[in-house]
Design a protein around this ligand. Structure first.
Ligand code: SDX
Length: 447
């Protein structure tokens, strides 16, 4: 087993160069608030005693300035475009690692030894099937059911057949639960695709590794096996690595929020799927392709599109651009842009949408509106081009994002669940509704 990482032994650094305390003055009152500094020298003011000592809370719409936790899983420096999983740079993982090895790095805290990797692969292979009774759940969905709705529902339904693994406590129990969830989510995703195109489920193949097996279940047919091109497997494996975790994004925070009530792993991950579905988050990869297809079909000039985006009245966003944390390039977008050229060339595909995407990026990055707001391409801007080239339909893009993000969600759930000092997430609010007023009987209410 790789080195045991627990949150509690991750003390903060001594905060060289930062004050030990912050001074807060509120009218006649004042108090000192401790300063906490992370291992990457990020300072924070600890306000956990603020309300008790002053009666005040803080207000931070969208939590742009609020740390919800201390975490040892993923580090992002948004100003420098840095992303590291358990300290390992994303560029190195994308080039040298595999999705399963990266998943283990995130979940267990370190790169796996060969025996550890073999053990996890065995769990993935032994659990790639679904309980036959789950078929009935699929049969209940309409043919046009959104795959993200199916994925979230089936993760919870699957949990009913995996009750022993819902709340893994010991390490080996947790490893089995993590492997089972990762393996079966892939099978559910492929089955939801087959359902949407009216084709029968394809059983997994025990002799195929994780990504190749997923592609087999997606594209094989009972009478015609699909042999995945190694370049396609590598491209999808890299996409999953790039989506594997991203610190406290909306869906991961959701998993932590749900897990903080001591809800089980499957319920917490199913909630994460729902949060990821939104077009401002994981659903953006679908919105990007729809935007590019619309530009291509209409023949609209890129300059006109950019002008529309800049016109607030148009309420148009350049999907796949901007990020709450990255105020520099999203390193994942850089890797994906290069991968687009490589994969499409290898497959002999020329996709006009890629040309449009590159023109949009070039035009936007020369425009003061984007430059002044530090809006750069994010992970969703190019990922859909590669998924299209592989033959994956747009309504499955966010499902692919979910498969990639499962390890990050599992790691974050475990970080909350295994922390004896963890508390249930329960933010406060500033109430702005009606002040006290009496109940009015129906006959006295205005018609
Ligand atoms: C993901 O958090 C994560 O880590 C998420 C993620 C992950 O791996 O988990 O990285 C994955 O979700 C990537 C983001 C995918 N979403 C999109 O591509 C949708 C388009 N992007 C935006 O909607 C927006 O940039 C967000 C949602 C990503 C971030 O929103 P913020 O931080 O709340 O920024 P904001 O809305 O306050 O915008 C600040 C300014 C505003 O203009 P002003 O009011 O200052 O004039 O920038 C503008 C915005 O109008 N702006 C955009 C824009 N994004 C921000 N203008 C045009 N197009 C855009 N895409």
């Amino acid at each position: 087993m790789s080195e045991k990482i627990t949150l509690n032994n991750r003390t903060t650094t001594d905060g060289k160069g930062f004050p030990e305390k912050a001074q807060l003055i509120l009218g006649e009152k004042s108090m000192e608030l401790p300063v906490v500094v992370g291992t990457e020298n990020e300072p924070a003011v600890d306000i956990s005693k603020l309300r008790a000592q002053t009666g005040y809370i803080t207000l931070d719409d969208g939590y742009s300035n609020t740390g919800s936790c201390k975490s040892a899983i993923t580090f992002i420096d948004g100003e420098k475009g840095v992303l590291r999983y358990r300290g390992v740079p994303i560029e190195e993982l994308a080039e040298k690692s595999t999705f399963i090895e990266t998943a283990m790095l995130l979940i267990f805290g370190g790169l796996p030894t060969q025996p550890h990797l073999a053990e996890f692969r065995r769990i993935l292979t032994d659990n790639e099937f679904l309980h036959e009774d789950l078929r009935h759940h699929f049969e209940g969905f309409p043919p046009n059911a959104p795959p993200m709705a199916i994925l979230s529902a089936m993760i919870n339904a699957m949990g009913c057949f995996q009750q022993k693994w819902l709340l893994p406590e010991e390490d080996n129990h947790f490893m089995e639960a993590a492997g089972r969830l990762m393996s079966k989510v892939r099978t559910i995703a492929a089955a939801s695709y087959k359902k949407s195109i009216g084709q029968p489920w394809i059983y997994p193949r025990y002799d195929l590794p994780y990504v190749a097996n997923f592609l087999h279940m997606m594209f094989s047919q009972p009478y015609r096996p699909y042999e995945p091109d190694p370049a396609v497997v590598k491209a999808l494996d890299q996409i999953l690595i790039l989506h594997a975790d991203h610190e406290q994004n909306c869906s991961t925070s959701t998993v932590r929020m749900v897990g903080s009530s001591q809800a089980n792993l499957y319920a917490s991950v199913a909630a994460g799927v729902c949060a990821l579905w939104g077009p401002l988050h994981g659903g953006a990869n679908v919105a990007v392709i729809e935007m590019l297809e619309q530009i291509h079909a209409s023949g609209e000039k890129v300059e006109n599109v950019i002008a529309k985006v800049k016109d607030k009245d148009s309420k148009t966003r350049l999907m796949g651009f901007g990020h709450r944390v990255y105020k520099n390039f999203d390193p994942r977008a850089k890797i994906l842009k290069a991968a687009c050229d490589k994969v499409l060339n290898k497959l002999g595909i020329h996709d006009p949408l890629l040309d449009i995407a590159k023109q949009l990026e070039e035009t936007a990055l020369r425009d003061e509106y984007f430059v002044s707001r530090k809006l750069y391409p994010n992970v969703d801007f190019y990922s859909g081009i590669i998924l299209r080239a592989i033959g994956i339909p747009a309504n499955m893009f966010t499902v692919i994002f979910s498969i990639g993000r499962i390890p990050g969600w599992i790691a974050n759930w475990r970080e909350v669940h295994a922390d004896p000092e963890a508390r249930i997430y329960r933010p406060r609010q500033v109430y702005v509704g009606p002040t006290q007023r009496p109940y009015v009987p129906m006959e006295q209410r205005n018609r």
